[in-house]
Design a protein. Sequence first.
Length: 90
Amino acid sequence: MHSETPTGGAAAGSAPGDGLVRAGGIVFVIGAVATLVTVAPLFLGTDPFPPVAYAVCMLMGVGFAVAAAGVLRSIAAQRRQAKAAAGDAR
């Protein structure tokens, strides 16, 4: 049947930019966890972490930027595909 899910794996049906979105999501989650860990001592009244720990929190923004780049790459690929399909229809 054509309506079944392909069994070729995740890479078989992936579009351009999907890898960037996944990687950006993972980096974002790492940065979010680091943010929670570094903010916790402020609420618990313990000694704060060294500045390097706060630098890891910047991964949240980096992950967001990488995921956004993946979305933009996917949009560009879909536009190229639509333009090619419109050219073939003429």
